[in-house]
Design a protein around this ligand. Structure first.
Ligand code: SF4
Length: 252
């Protein structure tokens, strides 16, 4: 079994049906930034991830994350289009492949105690796509209880401070960082290329600015409070949509 359904049920954000799928159990996946890790995807159940982004239905798995972009309607055709998306996740890659496999019935749903055993002693990335805050916390507490190490990121740190145990707070500004730290989070702050790192932050060693020296699987600093390290992490904006990010930050 290379992947399985970890959770299928209502979103904690708005009650819509979502799925949470763990992949790469046997082969560790092919993500060149993270290296071999189990990758966990959170997606709408019944709506293709690319359609969900175009229509705004992705709110059920991403909340009001600013990197979702805006959905506008063409008044002549009635068609909805997403503009200004700055999320670094490329939907054509992992999310499309995993969702299509799900539709073909590739993944079995397993009870939480079995999920815990399947993930035991693995290195796991929580929320390769989608926000861990969309899934009930009891799922994470049970399923991640015996992992060797994990990384996780949430933009829902205001609403779900209990995720500090597993996740870095995804921060888009210095103010975000101050607020998230007050709630008990370690932080992962994306900044404009020209902006400096702040006291208490370290550069992500997998970043282009650090020469992509290390993969996540060898670093594992982004495990929230599960990691002994106290430093926060920062990375200069990267990916195909960095121009949208720079514009957002300039407008903020
Ligand atoms: S700091 Fe380490 S674990 Fe976090 S994103 Fe960078 S390489 Fe991955």
């Amino acid at each position: 079994m290379n992947g399985f359904i970890l959770y299928r049920g209502p979103s904690e954000i708005d009650g819509q049906p979502i799925i949470c799928i763990a992949t790469g159990l046997e082969d560790g996946g092919s993500n060149t930034k993270t290296g071999p890790m189990v990758q966990i995807y959170i997606m709408l159940d019944g709506i293709h991830p690319m359609q969900a982004v175009q229509t705004g239905a992705d709110v059920s798995i991403c909340g009001n994350c600013r990197h979702r972009g805006k959905v506008i309607k063409d008044h002549k055709t009635g068609l909805l289009t997403n503009v200004g998306r700055s999320c670094y996740v490329t939907l054509m890659h992992g999310p499309r492949v995993v969702y299509d496999a799900y539709q073909r019935g590739v993944y079995q749903e397993v009870p939480l105690p079995k999920a815990r055993k399947l993930l035991a002693r693995k290195t796991v990335r929580v929320g390769t796509y989608g926000d861990p805050g969309a899934v009930p916390i009891k799922v994470w507490k049970m399923a991640l209880g015996q992992v060797a190490a994990l990384t996780g990121y949430t933009h829902l740190w205001r609403e779900k401070p209990e995720l500090a145990e597993f996740c870095m707070a995804s921060c888009d500004s210095e103010v975000d960082r101050v607020l998230a730290k007050a709630l008990g989070f370690r932080t992962f702050r994306v900044r404009r290329e020209a902006d400096p790192k702040l006291p208490g932050e370290g550069h992500c060693p997998a970043s282009a600015e650090m020469g992509k020296a290390v993969q996540c699987a060898a670093c594992m600093l982004c495990g929230g409070n599960k990691v002994k390290a106290k430093a926060d992490i920062t990375i200069a904006v990267h990916g195909a949509r960095k121009n949208n990010f720079n514009k957002e930050m300039a407008d903020a």
